[in-house]
Write a protein that binds this ligand. Structure first.
Ligand code: SAH
Length: 210
């Protein structure tokens, strides 16, 4: 189930679904998604579906991880990226292989405690993780060339827009019952929003839990 063939099939599906960025496809092919799941779920790691990681949260569907990463890198390489909603750490690991530095925040400490050793195991040394409310961003480490959120706010928090560098991009699901993936770019003329496609993410919740 974790074999090379299963992974190739997943990448083939991503291509069929319209993922074009070769660097993103290569990272999706080589990143061991099964390491981000409990043993009982690991055999499903290379299916193109979201999977439970406990605490009522899910590891995002590979297609959406690839799509959001592709959108983040569309205008060229990113140096420093803020990721909101680290969860299992899978999206974090994908990003870490494509940008210079990743700053990841997660509100559920238990999830973060599991994600940390995975970064070490994969020797991803350009990742810093923090237990905090991602709606506040991570001001000390900004401004960011890219911000990617795996949790959906009803409205985009001002802090995230403020922490975008000039020409920086925010990739984020927005909405309640009905959500859309949005890309907001900080252009010299102001913030420019593009609505990409309907999506389903867990809500961005306030505060932190132990
Ligand atoms: N990319 C992750 C997705 C996890 S689901 C993965 O593939 O595993 C989204 C995550 O966002 C959950 O872990 C949830 O706890 C987290 N989250 C929700 N609201 C948050 C907030 N305000 N700050 C930080 N993380 C948040």
């Amino acid at each position: 189930m974790t074999s090379q063939r299963t992974r190739e099939r997943l990448v083939q599906r991503l291509v069929e679904q319209g993922i074009r960025d070769q660097a993103v496809l290569e990272v999706m092919r080589t990143t061991p998604r099964h390491l981000f799941l409990d043993e009982a779920m690991a055999h499903r790691a290379y299916e193109d579906t979201a999977l439970p990681i406990g605490y009522q949260q899910t590891l995002s569907q590979p297609y959406i991880v690839a799509r959001m990463t592709e959108l983040l890198l569309e205008d060229g390489p990113c140096e420093n990226v803020l990721e909101i909603g680290v969860g299992s750490g899978y999206q974090t690991a994908v990003l870490a292989q494509l940008v210079t530095q990743v700053y990841g925040v997660e509100r559920i400490k238990a999830l973060l405690d599991r994600a940390r050793p995975r970064m070490r195991q994969l020797k991803l040394r350009n990742v810093q993780l923090r237990h905090s409310d991602g709606a506040l961003g991570w001001a000390d480490k900004g401004p960011f060339d890219g911000i990617l959120s795996a949790a959906a706010p009803e409205r985009i928090p001002q802090e995230l827009l403020q922490q975008l560098a000039p020409n920086g991009r925010l990739v984020i699901p927005v909405g309640g019952q009905s959500q859309h993936l949005q890309v907001v770019r900080r252009s010299p003329e102001g913030f420019v929003t593009n609505i990409i496609e309907p999506v389903r993410f867990v809500p961005l919740r306030p505060g932190t839990v132990r």
